[in-house]
Design a binder for this molecule. Structure first.
Ligand code: FAD
Length: 342
């Protein structure tokens, strides 16, 4: 597929400091640096390539992506990076491709609720209908955009600088991430499994929404469900739907996955049977020990692919141990799926 591309000038933004900021961010996110010299920086992200080079009056930026929704994600990311350095320059950005100011961003769709069902394991299974053409085995996660309770929905729109302008203040959307459990292109359906938890705004939305209600879906992105080698997996309930996708998408996979339910109901979540992957359940309520359990099983030599999805503090503990041990980022998926707020 041909690249879609766009470029813009960043007048008054010196290349050298921008290079340092972009390099630090690339390192933080384990991104591949394709080129780094005084003549230019090029970074490969999941969504495409971001390139900076010095220009006569500052820096020029160029982005390349395989599809328009990914190009939008790169624009959003670049404008936000420049905004942190110089809000005025970020406001003044104008891209070389056709302006879509005022429209819904290419990486967002409005979908309508079909149904919400109770599912074993204390989950709600939500079915939405709309354009699901962007979902693939390599892109299974998305954000919901839930309007504030009791207010008319204001959806995001592209601003003159190409970035997504999100409704703010009382109109701000709640934007939690979910995993596509089933995608049915023939019916235009997206199904996801939402773990019910106290105080969850998404839980409240799912329990009160009605067929035909509109909700925003942005993405998908941020990873898929293909695993090439043996797996060593760990997940709490928020990761169970992704584990289900992995089991379905990789029939020849071997390995072991340990699931950590928060309570006694969690183990009832329906997972597909798999001939090569052993699924074990930890004692309910031991999620605070997930990082220790995972690290105890990561062996020297040639360990299996580590797949770890849990609360932020657990994921951070595993990621920093993984980095300290000098292992490659590509040999693991370690992700914070939610954050405990006291
Ligand atoms: C890549 C990815 C994929 C994900 N896939 C799924 C999925 O398929 N299904 C799913 O249910 N979740 C999934 N999650 C997790 C989900 O995005 C978070 O749990 C999110 O915070 C839920 O928002 P909320 O509106 O329910 O809670 P909020 O209204 O944002 O939070 C309210 C309170 O609930 C707490 N809280 C949030 N999540 C949990 C939790 N899981 N358990 C206990 N307390 C919690 C918060 O700390 C806060 O105090 C995924 C996350 C990521 C990053």
């Amino acid at each position: 597929m041909a690249d879609v591309t766009a470029h813009t000038n960043l007048p008054g933004v010196a290349f050298a400091p921008l290079r340092q900021v972009a390099l630090a961010e690339a390192l933080e996110q384990d991104l591949e640096i394709l080129r780094d010299s005084e003549a230019g920086l090029s970074v490969q992200t999941y969504y495409g390539r971001i390139c900076f080079a010095p220009s006569e009056n500052g820096t020029c930026a160029e982005i390349h992506a395989p599809q328009t929704d990914f190009l939008q994600t790169l624009k959003d990311s670049l404008v936000s990076q420049i905004s942190a350095l110089s809000p005025d320059v970020a406001q003044g950005i104008r891209w070389s491709d056709a302006s879509s100011a005022g429209q819904l961003p290419a990486n967002a769709r409005l979908m309508s609720v079909v149904q919400v069902e109770r599912l074993d394991g204390d989950f709600l299974r939500v079915t939405l209908q709309g354009d699901v053409s962007r979902f693939t085995l390599d892109a299974i996660h998305f954000r919901l955009g839930i309007p504030p309770q009791g207010r008319p929905a204001i959806w995001p729109a592209i601003g003159p600088n190409g970035a997504t302008q999100w409704p703010k203040g009382a109109d701000a959307l709640h934007l939690p991430v979910y995993t596509a459990r089933f995608v049915r292109p023939d019916k235009g359906e997206l199904v996801f499994d939402l773990f019910r938890h106290d105080g969850g705004r998404a839980t409240h939305w799912a329990e009160t929404t009605a067929p035909g209600d509109e909700v925003l879906v942005t993405g998908p992105g941020g990873g898929g469900c293909r695993v090439e080698t043996e797996i060593l997996g760990f997940a709490d309930e928020t990761g169970f739907p992704a584990v289900a996708r992995i089991l379905e998408a990789n029939p020849g996979l071997v390995g072991r996955v340990t699931l950590f339910p928060g309570g006694p109901l969690g183990a009832a979540y329906p997972l597909p049977a798999h001939p090569g992957v052993q699924v074990d359940y930890a004692e309910p309520g031991t999620q605070a020990l997930m990082a220790k359990a995972a690290l105890a099983e990561v062996t020297e030599g040639n360990p299996p692919f580590l797949w770890f999805a849990a609360e932020r503090s657990q994921a951070t503990e595993v990621r920093s141990a993984w980095r300290k041990s000098g292992r490659a980022a590509k040999d693991a998926y370690i992700s914070a799926y939610w954050q405990r707020r006291e």
